[in-house]
Design a protein around this ligand. Structure first.
Ligand code: ATP
Ligand code: MG
Length: 357
C-alpha cells in the first residue's frame, strides 16, 4: 500500500481549527478502503513559535519537510506581529524555498451557496486563476533609504525574468488545455507598465504557438475586474502576475460566496519539492476558537492536494462530498448565513467521504 507523507502546518488563528479538520477528512478517506494511506507530521510554526524563538519557523525548517509528498497549510498572520514578518517568515519562505511558482485558485459557485451575483448560476462562473508565485511585484527586490528624513524614499521592484514568465505561461496554457473549454485569458497592464508587462505579453504570444488548440485573449487587469462581474461566463482559465492575481482571486472568492470556501495550491509543477495546499482565507482572529470557521476552503484544498498526488478518484470523492455539504443549508457556517459549527461540518464531511451517509 502506498503511503503519502503529509506535513501539516496549521499556523495561526483559525488555521489551527481548519487544518486538523482537513486531516480528519484525509484520514476518513484512507480508512474507507483506499489504496493508500497517510503519514502525518505536524509542525507548530507560526506566531506562537515566533514569540518563543524569534522566528516563524526554524532556519533549517525546510529540510524537515523537504521529503514530504505534500504540505497542508492553515494560515500565517497574527495581530501582534507585523504582516511582513508572518508572511515572509513562513508562507513565502516555503513557497520560495520549494520554488512553488504556480499558485492555482479554482473558483466555482458550489451548490447551495448564494453568491452576490444573483443572476449567475453554477455554470456561469467556473474559473481557475493561475498566479505567478515567485517573482513580479513580490520579488522582494527594492530598498529604503534615508529613513525618517524628509528625503526618505523606498522602492519595490517588480522583477520578471524571461524564464519565470515562460514557465508560468506554459503552465497556464497547459492547464487551460486540460479543461473542457480550452480557453485562457492573459491579464496584463502593458498600457501603463511599459517594460516587464510588455515582455509578459510578448511571451504569451510566443507560448500560445505551442498550444494551437487553446483559444486565448488578453485583458487589462482593471477591465478584467468589471468583466468578472458583468460577464463571468466569458472567462475560464486566467493567468496573471503575483500582485494582479492576488487581488483578482480575492474578488473571485467573494463572487463565489465566501472567503471561507476558496482553496489554493502553491505548486511545483515539476514535482522536485513538496507542493503546499491551503485555504485562501487568513488567520481571522475575530472568530478564532469559537467553532465558527468554515472548513470548506480547507476541504477543497485537500481535493487539490489529492489531484496533485495523482489520486484523481479520491479527489473526486472528496469534491462530491463538499458539494453535498454545501447543498445542505443546515451545514452552512455563519459566514454563509448558517449556524453549523466547524466540528459539525467536518463530521458530515467525514461520514460522506467514508461512504457511511
Ligand atoms: P490575515 O491577517 O491572516 O489575512 P484576517 O484577520 O485579515 O487574517 P481573513 O481570513 O483575511 O482575516 O478574513 C477576513 C474575515 O473574513 C475574517 O475576519 C472572518 O470574519 C472572515 N473569514 C475568513 N475566513 C473565514 C472562514 N474560514 N470561516 C468563516 N469566516 C471567515
Ligand atoms: Mg486578510
Amino acid at each position: 500500500m502506498k503511503t503519502y507523507k503529509i506535513a501539516t502546518i496549521p499556523g495561526d488563528g483559525i488555521g489551527k481549527e481548519v487544518v486538523p479538520a482537513g486531516q480528519e477528512v484525509l484520514e476518513a478517506l484512507a480508512s474507507a478502503g483506499s489504496s493508500f494511506k497517510f503519514e502525518f507530521e505536524n509542525f507548530d510554526w507560526g506566531g506562537d513559535y515566533f514569540r518563543e524563538h524569534g522566528v516563524m519557523m526554524p532556519d533549517d525548517g525546510l529540510d524537515a519537510i523537504r521529503d514530504k509528498n505534500a504540505i497542508l497549510f492553515g494560515s500565517a498572520g497574527d495581530p501582534h506581529i507585523p504582516d511582513h514578518i508572518t508572511l515572509w517568515g513562513l508562507r513565502l519562505k516555503i513557497c520560495q524555498g520549494f520554488d512553488q511558482y504556480a499558485n492555482v485558485r479554482p473558483t466555482r459557485i458550489l451548490p447551495g451557496i448564494d453568491g452576490p451575483l444573483k443572476r449567475c448560476g453554477p455554470d456561469d462562473l467556473n474559473w481557475v486563476i493561475v498566479r505567478e508565485n515567485s517573482e513580479g511585484e513580490y520579488s522582494g527586490v527594492g530598498g529604503r533609504v534615508h529613513q525618517g528624513h524628509p528625503i526618505e524614499a523606498a522602492t519595490d521592484v517588480s522583477m520578471m525574468t524571461r524564464a519565470g514568465v515562460e514557465r508560468i505561461m506554459r503552465f497556464a496554457f497547459k492547464l487551460a488545455q486540460s479543461r473542457p473549454r480550452k480557453q485562457l485569458t492573459v491579464i496584463t497592464k502593458s498600457n501603463a507598465q511599459r517594460h516587464a508587462m510588455v515582455m509578459w505579453d510578448e511571451i504569451a504570444v510566443q507560448i500560445s504557438k505551442e498550444f494551437p488548440d487553446v483559444k486565448w485573449d488578453k485583458e487589462l487587469v482593471d477591465a478584467s475586474t468589471a468583466r468578472m462581474i458583468n460577464n463571468p461566463a466569458s472567462l475560464d482559465t486566467i493567468v496573471a502576475t503575483n500582485l494582479h492575481a492576488d487581488i483578482l482571486s480575492d474578488l473571485a472568492a467573494a463572487l463565489a460566496g465566501s472567503l471561507g470556501i476558496a482553496p489554493t495550491g502553491n505548486i511545483d509543477p515539476e514535482h522536485r519539492y513538496p507542493s503546499m495546499f491551503e485555504p485562501i482565507h487568513g488567520s481571522a482572529f475575530d472568530i478564532m476558537g469559537k467553532g465558527l470557521a468554515n472548513p470548506v476552503g480547507t476541504f477543497w484544498s485537500v481535493v487539490m492536494l489529492l489531484e496533485h498526488l495523482g489520486e484523481t478518484d479520491a479527489a473526486q470523492r472528496v469534491m462530491q462530498a463538499i458539494e453535498k455539504v454545501t447543498a445542505d443549508k443546515s451545514l452552512h457556517t455563519r459566514d454563509l448565513g448558517g449556524k453549523a459549527t466547524t466540528a459539525e461540518v467536518t463530521r458530515a464531511m467525514c461520514s460522506l467521504v467514508a461512504g457511511s451517509s
